[in-house]
Structures are given as structure tokens and as C-alpha cells.
Design a protein around this ligand. Sequence first.
Ligand SMILES: Cc1cc2nc3c(=O)[nH]c(=O)nc-3n(C[C@H](O)[C@H](O)[C@H](O)COP(=O)(O)O)c2cc1C
Length: 228
Amino acid sequence: MISKVKTIDGFPFVKHSSKTVDGATLVARSKTYYEKLDTRRSVRNFSSKPVPLSVIKNLIRTASTAPSGAHKQPWTFCVVKNKELKKEIRLAAEKEERESYDNRMSEEWLDAIKPLQTNWEKPFLETAPYLIIVFKKSYDLLPDGSKRNNYYVSESVGLACGFLLTAIHQAGLVALTHTPSPMNFLTTLLERPLNEKPFLLIPVGFAHSDAWVPKLKRKPLAEIMVEY
Ligand SMILES: Cc1cc2nc3c(=O)[nH]c(=O)nc-3n(C[C@H](O)[C@H](O)[C@H](O)COP(=O)(O)O)c2cc1C
């Protein structure tokens, strides 16, 4: 099918349409998708079973379909599969995490994460076949060295990460949204330019055959939705 194109004030536009369907079909589709996503869980115990790189590329392509402020797409996805580099990342992350658990996190924070039973040790950073480290770009660097601002950067990168997590789940893989804060060590280890700041560290792979996740309850709709 050839897309219809027209020009508005010098800018190209393509025709976009959505097929109207009956309410029952919409209810069924939305329920199926909800039920699928409701089974997504953050996993902290990974199998080392390999995953083709082409899968990871598709997941990142999907993440990059997210909307972004002024369509600036202010993100970089670094994919680490190199064993030595994963080890370096684990060691640096554990150093920060140890300091956080021992000295930086408040009692209230430690209490909040108690049900997750996490600690400073992060073996999954070596076991997972891939680490996707997402960087946010508060500005773009042009070839002549000048800067171009990006807009709503955190919102945009957060959305892209959401798309990424759902794509990972849809593919049948698992992930962890990890923030071994402060994450500056990732800028250094991955030699990222000055305009990029680490946003999330996301190990991706299959769950270990003996993986367990905390039994958590999600807030009911009545608590999160207000109808006007
Ligand atoms: C921004 C953000 C940061 C997170 N950081 C960590 C982390 O550093 N370590 C960790 O084990 N889990 C981390 N999590 C995962 C949450 O603990 C997890 O999403 C939450 O407990 C709900 O579980 P679920 O993802 O299985 O639904 C983070 C999640 C988010 C959204």
C-alpha cells in the first residue's frame, strides 16, 4: 500500500487512520493486553542462556517508537554482552549499592524495600546475557560542537523504557529496572559523551529456572483512577 503524503507549510504529512471497531472488540483486546502485562515482573535471578542479538535490536527499535518531546528521541541504548565489561559494571554497581545500603538510604527507604529482600549484591549483572544501559540526552551535540536542546527529556526516556520493558515481556524475556545510584560509573565505563547521563540499567534474558519474585499486590483501579 502506498501511503498518502501531502505537504503542510513545507513539511511532509502522511495520512493516518484507525479502523473503528465495536465496543465489545475493544473491551476484549484491552483486557487481553492488560492480562498479558499483569504477568510482567521484575526478575533478579537470571539464566545465562543466550539470546540472539537480533532480538535485543528489535526490542530497542520498539523502545525507540515511543513519543518524545519535539520528537527529539533523546536516548541512547548501550547493549553490553561482553563478559569482562559486565563484570566491571557489577563490581562498580556493587560498590555504590553497598554504600547506599550501609550509609545512604534512609530507614524509611530500607523499610520500603524490605519486602523485596534485595541487598548490595548484584550477581545478575554478570549472569544476564545482556545489560541494556539507557542514557538520557539533555541536549544533542552537533558535529560542529554546538548544542541543541532536547525537551521533556526524563518523561521521554521514561516512556521509551516503558516501551522497552513491555517489548521484553512480550518477547517472553524478563528484565529488572535497576538504578545502582549514583550511576556516573556507567558514563565512565562505557565512555559516553558529556551530553549523556545514565537513566536505567536493565539486565535482560530468561529467568533462572529457580527464580522467585516477591508476591506483590497492585493497587486496585479504585485507588488509581478518578472519574469525572
Ligand atoms: C525507577 C525504578 C528504579 C528501580 N530500581 C531498582 C533497583 O535498583 N533494584 C531493584 O532490585 N529493583 C528496582 N526497581 C524495581 C522495583 O522494585 C519493582 O518494579 C517493584 O518492586 C514492582 O515489582 P514488579 O516490577 O515485579 O511489578 C526499580 C523500579 C523502578 C521503576
